[in-house]
Write a protein of this length. Sequence first.
Length: 424
Amino acid sequence: MNEEVRAIRGVRDILPEESLKWRIVEDAARELFVRYGFGEIRLPLMEELSLFRRSVGNFTDIVQKEMYVFQDKKGRTLSLRPEATASVVRAFIEHRLFLTRKVTRLYYVGPMFRYDRPQKGRYRQFYQIGVELFGGKSPRYDAEIIMLAYEIFSAIGMPPVQVALNSVGCSLCKTSFAVELKSFLHSRRTNFCPDCLQRMNQNILRVLDCKVPSCRQELRDAPLFSAFLCDSCASHHAEVVKQLSKLNIPFYEDSSLVRGLDYYTKTVFEFLAQDDPNALCGGGRYDNLVANLGGPETSAIGFAIGMDRVCAALPDPSLEPSPVRIIFLGENACNAGCDLVVRLRKEGVNLVVDYDAESLKNSLKSASRESVGLVVIIGENELSSQSATVRNMTAGTQEQVAFTVLSHYLKEHLACIGRTHAEN
Ligand code: HAM
């Protein structure tokens, strides 16, 4: 036998039954995006590597360790996107979207790629649904964006989620915080891992992302951003807190939350399920990124929901009723029944045809094994009476139904089967 082909490590297929869950989440999110005035942007899966270096940050784990980087035939260094914010900002600048609207609201859905260690809830190809809002300075935008994410979780009936909130301030706050952090870390540098020692020289704030348990232990006594916010960032944060309380969004302040991407300023947040440290959604404000990538000074904020993690936490939905199955008995019936199949589909009946039926008994057996609700049998007798034999596989009953009213009959009975499925 030939060697069996397999998907590569860290990527996977989403089969139809699981896909149904994904569609429920996507549909709910898209409906809310439209209600909040967001338009969809479809982005390329690859970009120049330099885009991510300049946005996510050259010394972040994502850029240092997790990028899929390759050369194209012209020797350009490209990368599969590890996230979409950088691409949305690139598109915002490239298409001069800042000229068309005071506030631009964009959403995206699609796969991202990070060469992470695969484990539960962590894949190398994973999917995000996200939004980015450009041109909104007020802290009320921060609250509205968090509200939008919260509404998505409510709409899909997710078990309670908690919102962790923090502020990482502006460049001024970061500079004074970094000075304090540096003196703290240098006094204990022997206790940190080699990666952290390197981060201390390259981008000291990224030490706070380290996942090595001994470093995490040391970092418990590290200074916190909240003590270094300038007046303007502190009052922005206080207003976000006030607005979230007004909107009745359950959140808690987590002063150790820094997020692992360089572009954030002021508000950062994550959505978490109880008893699971893996965030379901992450986001924040990034008021300097548009200018850093060559655009005009533009405030911005957004989030991305991790579809894989959200769908894994959702209960299985009731299955859609399977399509009607038509069994033709003999070549004659098959030839004569082709027009009927075309007409039934045009009239809105979901159906599949068993063109290879060898015996009625075996075809019914496989229909039953595959939980088909309705089977339509057409042979010589049915052709001469111009009526099909319709078998209700759940009830074990059978009826003759005239070809002229068949589509109506099938749709009505399929709807009944669908209701029974949902009730069960
Ligand atoms: P992020 O926190 O890197 O933020 O990713 C957002 C979400 O994507 C995470 O909370 C998680 O649910 C999911 N995720 C990340 N990595 C993986 C993985 N390896 N496997 C499965 N799921 C994963 C961003 O990507 C920012 N661009 C979010 C943002 C938008 N900030 C502002 N605007």
